[in-house]
Design a protein around this ligand. Structure first.
Ligand SMILES: [Zn+2]
Ligand SMILES: [Zn+2]
Length: 292
């Protein structure tokens, strides 16, 4: 069958907002990484339109510089300082997802009206708070508001659905994205509450997608000794595996785990990674590519 895909999508990071090594963590997970130089960046995606050459970045993480460099190298496209990509999309107002916007400001790249696609609530948060507000008033970013439930076209021909998801929404609402190319559809859902709290949420998110990046902040809670799991609003990997066992066995590799906390054994323990993969799920790898 002929592959008519047009967009390459790369995973530019797979960890929770704090990355790895995680600031101040003296446990083996991060002490070892400091010794070996291992780096896990907060989760983000890069998209390349092979027809127009346009690039899009999904999430502006604190590691935005190495992630943009990775995207330019993988796509074989050289961005420029004032326009490193043609569009940026952000899911919500938590540090790991938007703090990288500071690098587009006056003191660094001073980007030139970089299109930024966010929900109206996220747009209000950016306009109301420095240093994000000056990005807007100085024209370093142009904010495009997209209502949850609606879609946008951040680069030519790529349709992106904004889907409201329940999450700890102190500063903005939270969305997941569905990226629709001519051949395939990809889900980006890095931060959501436990599936059990919202009937049908997982099924709705996975409906009609070929590749699904989902929140896997914690494995089974063992990495949170002494903390009440009810106060940690993320689905556990073991819960996702339980909820979706039959479907994953039938279509292995569709569900790909991201947003892993530095302590998550899926980042450190090959026996756990194997167990996940034997069940038809996948621990996503930095740099992996899908074509849409
Ligand atoms: Zn996050
Ligand atoms: Zn750690």
């Amino acid at each position: 069958m002929k592959d008519e895909s047009r967009y390459d999508v790369w995973l530019l990071g797979r960890s929770q907002d704090g990355g790895l090594p995680h600031v101040g963590c003296m446990q083996a997970c991060c002490a070892e990484a400091r010794k070996t130089g291992r780096r896990e960046y907060p989760c983000a995606l890069g998209v390349h339109d092979r027809v127009s050459g346009a690039l899009a970045l999904i999430e502006a993480t604190p590691a935005v510089e190495p992630q943009l460099a990775m995207l330019h190298a993988l796509a074989g496209v050289s961005g420029c300082v004032r326009r490193p990509v043609e569009a940026v999309l952000i899911t919500h107002a938590h540090i790991g997802h938007y703090a990288g916007l500071v690098q587009f400001g006056e003191e660094v790249a001073a980007t030139d009206h970089l299109p930024l696609f966010v929900t109206p609530q996220m747009a209000n948060f950016l306009r109301a708070n420095q240093p994000w507000a000056q990005l807007v008033t100085y024209g370093q970013v142009d904010v495009h508001e997209v209502d949850p439930g609606k879609s946008c076209e951040p680069i030519p021909g790529l349709e992106v659905d904004f889907i409201a998801v329940p999450h700890r929404d102190e500063h903005s609402d939270t969305v997941a994205f569905k990226l629709r190319g001519p051949e395939r559809t990809l889900l980006w859902a890095p931060d959501v509450d436990q599936w059990g709290r919202h009937d049908g949420l997982l099924a709705d998110l996975l409906d009609d997608v070929d590749v699904a990046y989902v929140d896997a902040t914690f494995y089974d809670g063992r990495e949170l000794s002494g903390r009440d799991l009810d106060g940690i609003p993320h689905p556990l990997i073991v819960e996702t595996m339980d909820a979706w066992a039959d479907q994953a066995a039938a279509r292995p590799g569709v569900i790909r785990f991201i947003h892993m906390n530095h302590t998550n054994p899926a980042l450190h323990d090959s026996a756990i990674v194997e167990k996940i993969e034997r069940a038809g799920f996948c621990v996503a790898s930095m740099g992996e590519r899908h074509s849409l």
